[in-house]
Ligand binder design. Structure first.
Ligand code: ARG
Length: 456
C-alpha cells in the first residue's frame, strides 16, 4: 500500500475490493511505466535525486514492464491500482529506492497522465480505422459512381441519385469523425505530470522537457485544473459516440437496402450469419451489432458528464470512474470500424435492381416541375400543376409520363416532347452537376477530394 503511516489495521475487505481499480486500470500499465520512467529521469536531471538512483529506477521500471509481459501471473497482486502495482513490483527489484520515484508525485497526476496517453493513442487508432473505412467507401463509391438508385427522404423514394453519391455522403461524414478524433487528441495532449496532488511541484522539474519526452505538446498550465480535468475524456467519448452513431445509421440503411424488398446490393457472406431454423436466411448480424452498440458508446458520454457534474476542483475518487467509460467507448469503436469497412468493401452491387427502383415515375415529379418552371411557369405554380398530374395518374391508373405528355402538349409542347428524357434516371443525375450534386463526374471528383483529405 502507498499510504498507511497514520492508520491502524487494514481497510475493510469489501470496501477494499469496491475501491480498487487495478482490475481495469492495469490496462494503463505501459503508459504508467513510460511516465514513471520519464519522471525518474527528470528527478535525476533536476538534482532532486542522484543521477545514479534515477538510472536504477529507470532500469527497474523497464524490468517491471518486461516481467508483466513475460512472467505468468505477474499481474496477480492484491493492490489498489496500477500505480500501487508498479511501485510494489519496483520495490521487489530496487528495494526502498522505489519510493523515491514517487518524490513529490501524486497518483492524482499519475492517473490522469496515463489516461491522457491512452486517449491520445486511441485517437490515433480510431482516426486510422476511420481512414480505412473512408477509403472503402471511396473505392465502392467510385465503382458505383454511375449506378443510379433512388435517394430517399422520410424513407420514401424522392429523386434519383447514384450509389457513389450515397457512399460519398457517408465518406464525408466519417472523414469529419476522423477530424474530430484529431481535434480531441490535440486537447488531450497536455502533460499533467508536475502538478503534484493539486498545487504544483516544489521541484525544479523541466516540465516542458518532460512533456516533449513523453510526446505531449506542452505541460498543463494549471495544476489544479490538470488533476480535475476530464473534459478530454468526455470529448474523446463524444468522438466515439458520434462515430458509432453514424455507423448505426449506415447499418440501418445497409440492412434495409440489402434486404429482398430493396435488393440494391448483397452483403458479403463473411459478415452475415445463418438461422438455426430457417435455412434460407442470411442475417445481417454484424450490422445489427454495429447499430446496437451505439447505445453503449452514447452512454459513455453520459457517464463521463454525470460523473463530473457535482465535483469541485481537485481530485475526488469519483474520477476513478472515468477509465471504464473511456475503455468501453474505445474498444467498441475500434472493434466496430474494421467490421464496417469489411462490409462496405464486400458489397456486391445489383445495378439492375437499383436502376429499376430509380426509374419509378414519381421520382421525376420534381424534375418535371423544375423543367416547367424553366419553360416560363412560376415554380410554385409548376409544382401545383405537376401535383395535379400525379393525382390524375394515380386516380386513372395511367403512367405519369403519359398523362404529362398529354396534358402539357398544348401550353408546353417543348416539355411534352422531352418527357422521356425528363423521366430518364441517368439524365436526372447528370443534370445535378454543380458542386455537391449527384452527377457521376461531380461524385468522382468529390470522392477524390475526401480521399485526399484523409490521406493528408
Ligand atoms: N486509482 C485512482 C484513480 O483511478 C488513482 C488516483 C488515486 N488517488 C487518490 N488520492 N485516491 O483515479
Amino acid at each position: 500500500m502507498l499510504w498507511g503511516g497514520n492508520y491502524q489495521g487494514d481497510p475493510d475487505r469489501a470496501f477494499w475490493e469496491f475501491g480498487a481499480s487495478f482490475g481495469f486500470d492495469r490496462r494503463l500499465l505501459a503508459e504508467e511505466i513510460a511516465a514513471s520512467r520519464a519522471y525518474a529521469r527528470a528527478l535525476g536531471e533536476c538534482g532532486a535525486i542522484p543521477r545514479e538512483d534515477a538510472r536504477t529506477l529507470d532500469a527497474g521500471l523497464a524490468q517491471v514492464l518486461e516481467n508483466a509481459r513475460a512472467v505468468p501471473g505477474y499481474l496477480d497482486l492484491d493492490v489498489e491500482d496500477v500505480h500501487s502495482f508498479v511501485e510494489t513490483r519496483l520495490g521487489e527489484i530496487v528495494g526502498e529506492l522505489a519510493g523515491q520515484g514517487h518524490l513529490a508525485r501524486s497518483r492524482n497526476e499519475q492517473t490522469v497522465t496515463a489516461l491522457r496517453m491512452y486517449v491520445r493513442g486511441a485517437c490515433d487508432r480510431s482516426a486510422a480505422a476511420l481512414g480505412a473505412l473512408v477509403e472503402a467507401l471511396c473505392d465502392k463509391g467510385t465503382e458505383g459512381a454511375e449506378a443510379v438508385m433512388p435517394g430517399f427522404t422520410h424513407v420514401r423514394a424522392a429523386e434519383p441519385i447514384t450509389f457513389g453519391f450515397w457512399a460519398g455522403a457517408y465518406a464525408w461524414g466519417f472523414a469529419r469523425d476522423r477530424e474530430r478524433f484529431q481535434d480531441a487528441r490535440r486537447r488531450a495532449n497536455r502533460l499533467p505530470l508536475g502538478s503534484g496532488a493539486l498545487a504544483g511541484t516544489p521541484l525544479a522539474l523541466d516540465r516542458m522537457a518532460l512533456a516533449r519526452e513523453l510526446g505531449f505538446d506542452a505541460p498543463s498550465p494549471n495544476a489544479l485544473d490538470a488533476v480535475s480535468d476530464r473534459d478530454f475524456a468526455a470529448e474523446f467519448a463524444f468522438a466515439c459516440a458520434q462515430t458509432q452513431t453514424r455507423l448505426s445509421r449506415l447499418s440501418e440503411e445497409l440492412i434495409w437496402h440489402s434486404g429482398p424488398e430493396f435488393g440494391f446490393y448483397r452483403l458479403p457472406d463473411a459478415y452475415t450469419t445463418g438461422s438455426s431454423l430457417m435455412p434460407q436466411k442470411k442475417n445481417p448480424d454484424a450490422l445489427e451489432l454495429l447499430r446496437g452498440k451505439a447505445a453503449r458508446v452514447q452512454a459513455a458520454v453520459q457517464r463521463l458528464l454525470v460523473m463530473q457534474k457535482g465535483l469541485p476542483a481537485g481530485y475526488q475518487k469519483d474520477l476513478q470512474e472515468d477509465k471504464e467509460a473511456v475503455f468501453d467507448a474505445a474498444d467498441t469503436v475500434l472493434g466496430s470500424l474494421p467490421v464496417a469497412t469489411g462490409v462496405i468493401a464486400g458489397l456486391a452491387l445489383d445495378r439492375d435492381a437499383m436502376r429499376r427502383a430509380a426509374s419509378r415515375e414519381e421520382l421525376f415529379a420534381a424534375t418535371l416541375a423544375v423543367t416547367l418552371a424553366r419553360d416560363g411557369l412560376a415554380f410554385r405554380r409548376a409544382h401545383h400543376v405537376v401535383g395535379a398530374l400525379v393525382a390524375e395518374a394515380q386516380a386513372s391508373g395511367r403512367p405519369l409520363r403519359e398523362v404529362a405528355r398529354e396534358r402539357l402538349q398544348a401550353e408546353h409542347s417543348g416539355v411534352a416532347a422531352r418527357i422521356d428524357t425528363i423521366f430518364d434516371p441517368d439524365e436526372a443525375v447528370r443534370a445535378k452537376a454543380a458542386e455537391g450534386g449527384t452527377a457521376p463526374e461531380t461524385v468522382r471528383a468529390s470522392l477524390a477530394t475526401v480521399r485526399g483529405l484523409i490521406r493528408s
